[in-house]
Design a protein around this ligand. Structure first.
Ligand SMILES: *[C@@H]1O[C@H](CO)[C@@H](O)[C@H](O)[C@H]1NC(C)=O
Ligand SMILES: *[C@@H]1O[C@H](CO)[C@@H](O)[C@H](O)[C@H]1NC(C)=O
Length: 334
């Protein structure tokens, strides 16, 4: 039986038993990480609605699984009802894989977008335990599927498990996505995902970008995908420069990394050598439906006013904090 499955059952007990899921030595590494900015800026209602939309799409990803599904054209309960013009193309799911990924591909005929939504494994304990126990090494990024050699980034290293998540996603849905892109050439491609699905979404977005597309990438509760070389390269790829100004939501901007107060997953892996790219959007509110003024844009790859400033105390409610992103993630349709 897969590790995740065993832990899933023990999940509630674990959460209750652990005052903090991170060890003192891991906390020391967190303290050491460089904090490149403390500047934040507020957003308007339109931007709020934009982020909420992707949180809903990510939530719907949790409808794809052994016990639940999305029904055609696009029905799954409350969340799907927000998308009356969406047509489900295909769900994908392969529970045999260790870095299990699943999700769906859909087309929105109102906004003229193609949605690729990648779902992480169900429980937070799974994510942390899998990442910690696998201790997957940082791997040369060029080993990711469909990354062209012209896009080489010599010092880019990426967590091997996340490359596998991405590879698994690519193998399941890549060719189908190509055919949908061909069918709707004027539609924007939007890639989104929560948790481990967010890591895969970032890598998938990079694949599309280096292959000549211009995807929008929105991740929620995404762990740190690679090293500093990778983070800087991604900044240049998506923002045109290192240390970009990411204080605004705009049509041209194509990368958003949404994090939540007290969610530790954006600080995983705990060990040295990992750095986020820019583009963080921080929900400074303990529950779902945050007030507008509690959602801020964060400058820098790491910002103490945002998720890098999460305290150990806030992280006590580990599961809730990882799931409360505008709407509840991890549970289908609500
Ligand atoms: C990902 O897939 C590509 C080809 O599909 C393969 O060459 C590469 O080794 C895979 N990477 C990992 C980390 O499994
Ligand atoms: C994979 O790479 C090829 C060659 O660059 C490209 O034509 C294709 O669109 C890519 N596939 C996906 C799913 O991005």
């Amino acid at each position: 039986m897969k590790l995740s499955t065993i832990l899933f059952t023990a999940c509630a007990t674990l959460a209750a038993a652990l005052p903090s899921p991170i060890t003192p030595s891991e906390a020391a590494v967190l303290q050491k990480r460089v904090y490149t900015s403390t500047e934040t800026s507020h957003i308007d209602q339109e931007s709020y609605n934009f982020f909420e939309k992707y949180a809903r799409l990510a939530n719907i990803g949790y409808c794809v699984g052994p016990g639940t599904k999305i029904f055609k054209p696009f029905n799954c309960g409350l969340q799907c009802a927000h998308f009356p013009n969406v047509e489900l193309i295909e769900e994908f799911h392969d529970p045999r894989l260790i870095f299990d990924v699943s999700g769906y591909l859909a087309v929105d005929h109102a906004s003229k977008q193609i949605y690729l939504v990648i779902r992480g494994i169900h429980s937070l304990e799974d994510v942390i335990s899998d990442i910690r126990i696998m201790q997957a090494p940082l791997t040369n990024f060029d080993l990711a599927a469909n990354i062209s050699s012209t896009a080489t980034c010599d010092d880019c290293l990426v967590h091997n498990g996340f490359i596998q998540s991405y590879n698994n996603t690519y193998n399941q849905i890549g060719p189908k996505l190509d055919s949908v892109i061909e069918q709707y050439p004027d539609y924007q491609i939007a890639v989104t995902g929560h948790s481990l699905g967010g890591a895969a979404a970032l890598l998938f977005g990079i694949n599309l970008k280096v292959n000549g597309h211009d995807p929008l990438v929105v991740t929620l509760g995404q762990p740190i995908v690679g090293n500093a070389g990778f983070a800087n390269w991604v900044d240049k790829l998506f923002f045109g420069q290192e240390n970009p100004d990411v204080s605004k939501v705009s049509k041209d901007r194509k990368l958003y990394r949404i994090t939540h107060r007290g969610d530790i997953v954006p600080q995983v892996p705990f060990w040295d050598g990992y750095q986020h790219c820019s583009g963080e959007v921080f929900i400074d509110w303990p529950l779902i439906h945050p007030p507008l003024s509690n959602v801020v844009m964060c400058q820098g790859q790491s910002n103490k006013q945002c998720s890098a400033g999460n305290t150990l105390l806030q992280q006590v409610n580990v599961i809730g904090n990882h799931l409360q992103y505008f709407v509840t993630e991890g549970v289908c349709g609500i």
